[in-house]
Design a binder for this molecule. Structure first.
Ligand code: FE2
Length: 130
């Protein structure tokens, strides 16, 4: 078995687990570009002690390279836990992350998200560099 066999993908507009990458379609080489990654853009994912998005990782795979590069790693640690019990806590972290990147070549951003009960999900976005 390969890890890739366990990672699910789908249209993010219809499936709440798919990480959505918001970034320009085209950037200039070396310019700072904001990239926002979230889960639940169209259909909100639950954020409860029992059911939540625990992390999102972002990778970049250059078109002309064999291997992907890790770009950012977002961990979401608060999901309503407290000594009062599940979902009685004062804070929840929403599954949203922002990174500022600079690219020198075109490629694809790939995001991987982990739901604590529904496993691994991925989404991607191609970016061209001029
Ligand atoms: Fe889930």
């Amino acid at each position: 078995m390969k890890l890739a066999d366990l990672v699910q993908s789908a249209d993010w507009k219809a499936e709440k687990h798919v990480p959505v990458i918001e970034a320009p379609d085209k950037v200039k080489a070396g310019e700072k570009v904001s990239v926002e990654i979230c889960v639940g853009k169209e259909i909100a994912h639950p954020n409860t002690t029992e059911h939540h998005i625990r992390w999102i990782k972002l990778y970049f795979k250059p078109d002309n390279a064999k291997f992907p590069y890790e770009v950012a790693n977002f961990e979401f640690a608060a999901h309503g836990e407290s000594t009062e019990g599940a979902n009685k806590g004062p804070v929840y972290t929403e599954p949203v992350g922002k990174a500022v990147i600079k690219l020198s070549s075109a490629g694809t951003l790939v995001a991987e998200a982990y739901c604590n009960i529904h496993g691994l999900w991925e989404g991607s976005k191609a970016i061209s560099v001029e």
